[in-house]
Design a protein around this ligand. Sequence first.
Ligand code: CUA
Length: 342
Amino acid sequence: MIKGFIRPPHLRQRLVLTAALSLLLLLFATPASADPPSPLNPFSPTSGAIANLFYLVLAIALMVFVVVEALIIISVLRYRRRAEGGPEPVEVHGHTALELTWTAIPALILAVLFVLTFQALQAAQNPPGDALRVQVVGHQWWWQFNYPDQGVTTANQLVVPVGQPILFSVTSADVIHSFWVPQLGGKIDVIPGQENTYWFEVEEPGDYHGQCAEFCGLGHPFMPIRLTAVTEEEFAVWVMEQLAGSSPPSEDLLAQGKVIVESGVCAVCHTISGTLAQGKKGPDLTWFGRRPFIGGILENNPQNLALWLDDPPAVKEGALMPDYGLSEEDIRALVAYLESLK
Ligand code: CUA
């Protein structure tokens, strides 16, 4: 009685089941969309090489899958038992040509993958000369970033110039972490007492999201890395800003800024009510520090203001305010003064 229930499912049912499972597998294998910080959405030459390698392996695996599955399905259909009491199938032992083929093809595939992987690894390991050096120190549960050549230190936020190789030397202050910015490169272990090196180069300005990728204790999920890639000029301004320190601008610096505004070229075009600056040609700058934008287009912050003052037409094409060739010191004083107007 029970026998009927455990009878193997009919061939058609089996085929339907196989097809449904294959479809499910395909769904899971669908490449990630462009938005998430996925290694398959690369923005550096090294992560590009890794992504290409992944797609090559995927393509080969898919071909192998299709050929093997096709052979299985053909065999099942063609050599199935057709009638009760038919003849026993012939048993075959050894087939030199077939065995050579199925040894040679995988060996060849592995050899090709070995060579290509080795090349990609070499490229990912050795930076082309002239790299910006950054020391990464993992902590429970935050990141310390030192720029030894610039004398700058930050936490959790990395700012790097685009189009220049960044050479990271990576170590930990406590336990093992893993430094990973998926769109820019592979993971690198962050190990106490050891210095690992690693590099990548960012191709486009923008924000890139990274995360500690090695379980390191309670705060592990809260070890994000925010990497901001900026142009070379913006990076220079950023470094200058970091070196200027975070103490509020001194009275001297503010006074110096005010003097430049009132006696220099600024007053010819701009008004700041309550001061000697009463020019009417350019925008009124009273309470400039409260404005959301600079020139109507750039977010108002000290970094962007420094960029603007350095060369306005470079920021906003057609801007009537010319590049006055202001010194770095003048720019610092002007930024301090103008941003204080709030
Ligand atoms: Cu640090 Cu996980």
